[in-house]
Ligand binder design. Structure first.
Ligand SMILES: Nc1nc2c(ncn2[C@@H]2O[C@H](COP(=O)(O)OP(=O)(O)OP(=O)(O)O)[C@@H](O)[C@H]2O)c(=O)[nH]1
Length: 376
């Protein structure tokens, strides 16, 4: 375990600009949305950040970068703060390792610094290093008690280099491993399929590979990450109130036929159950699924709608699996899931449970049967 006291300061606090607005307590206003930008080395993450900062969208953006020790300043130097475009209110760099592995405290500290002045920003972008596994990071942003109500995880965007992805798919076609990029796709709410100017063959085929991994993801094609910014801001991918969007996604995923894949590939499956379920049983099922790992299945993420016995509310479910080793500095992050009432069932809709599961070695029979055990 690292000793935090020996570390250099991890977050750089900049002096306030003049005139300083009145300090605001984090609970004073609505939470600030945060978008996590992930993607393989060189995919175009900095290009996306620069594009967002320089577009005329009227939002004041704060950016958090994470880099490894010797690189400090490199990423920052590559970011163009924008002239007449978005205003960057704060810069915070995180040193001493990757956000996802060991610097949870400094990330929370950095975010706390930002939210102290959240009246001066509308949105936060967090650009991760290329090899980052987004899961632990997402769980910190999503569920950390210290940050609760100050920030809200808006979405995860994974930038993919279309040309490189094509090569990776071809290389892994006959092997039992899968491209690292697949892992980042599994956690994404939006995939930006970037550098399409460098690809001559079918983009549909690439999109199909992406959707085979994650049937819930929105795919946007781009050159130099020039995307419609409505795809970036206010997606509320983790919002409990976003049940109608979730419903659309679930209905969409139903229409995606399961394709033939290697047994160990990452894929999406959907569980359906008509009968109402018991909330406590569902929670214990989720804990088994996400934490205990009793089977060979590796669940990365799940999302769904629940029909809870004795409740007139549609409940939404979001779950995330994070390896214990990722939590060297964290405690009590055992159950990384959330089940919350979202809205009343309408008279016309048929009540049922639908859960999309994204993971590796998925077995629909095991998932379906074990969930059926939650019936009330
Ligand atoms: N041809 C082409 N080049 C692009 C496109 N998008 C980005 N690039 C270039 O690709 C290179 C890498 O882009 P970056 O934005 O630095 O990628 P990154 O993901 O931030 O890279 P790391 O920080 O090293 O992980 C740069 O030289 C960009 O100019 C694109 O759509 N087409």
């Amino acid at each position: 375990m690292e000793d935090d006291d020996d570390c250099p300061p991890l977050a750089v606090e900049l002096p306030p600009r003049v005139p300083s607005p009145p300090e605001q307590s984090p609970s004073d206003a609505s939470p600030v949305g945060i978008t996590v930008i992930t993607g393989y080395l060189g995919a175009g993450k900095s290009t996306l950040v620069n594009y967002i900062l320089n577009e005329q969208h009227g939002k004041r953006i704060a950016v958090i970068l994470n880099e490894f020790g010797e690189e400090i300043g490199v990423e920052r130097a590559m970011i163009n703060e924008g002239q007449g475009g978005a205003l960057i209110e704060e810069w915070v760099e995180l040193a001493n390792g990757c956000v996802c592995c060991s610097v949870k405290h400094s990330l929370v500290q950095a975010l706390e610094q930002l939210v102290q002045r959240k009246d001066r920003m509308d949105h936060i972008l967090l650009e991760t290093t290329g090899l980052a596994d987004p899961a632990p990071l997402v769980s910190v942003l999503w569920l950390d008690d210290q940050l609760e109500s100050s920030i809200v995880l808006d979405s995860i965007i994974t930038v993919i280099d279309a040309k490189n992805f094509r090569v990776q798919i071809d290389e892994h076609k006959n092997s039992s491993s899968f491209p690292e990029a697949f892992h980042q796709i599994a956690f994404a709410d939006v995939v930006i399929l970037n550098k399409i100017d460098l690809v001559e063959d079918s983009l549909e085929d690439l999109e199909k590979h992406i959707r085979d991994v994650n049937a819930l993801v929105t795919v946007v094609r781009s050159v130099r990450c020039q995307v419609d910014l409505n795809e970036v801001f206010n997606r509320q991918a983790y919002g409990a109130k976003n049940s109608s969007h979730l419903q659309e996604l679930l209905d969409y995923s139903k229409s995606v036929p399961p394709s033939r894949r290697h047994d160990n590939s990452i894929s999406t499956l959907c569980i359906y159950e008509q009968d109402s379920v018991n909330l406590a049983k569902v929670e214990s099922w989720l804990e088994d699924l996400l934490w205990e790992k009793k089977s060979i299945m590796d669940i990365y993420r799940c999302k769904g709608i629940l029909y809870i016995h004795d409740s007139d509310q549609v409940h939404t479910l979001q779950g995330l699996s994070v390896l214990m080793s990722d939590f060297a500095l964290m405690q009590a992050v055992r159950e990384v899931y959330e089940v919350v009432p979202a809205r009343k069932w309408s008279e016309t809709e048929s009540r049922m449970n639908k859960i999309v599961v994204i993971g590796r070695n998925l077995d629909i029979n095991v998932l379906q049967d074990s969930f059926s055990g939650c019936k009330s």
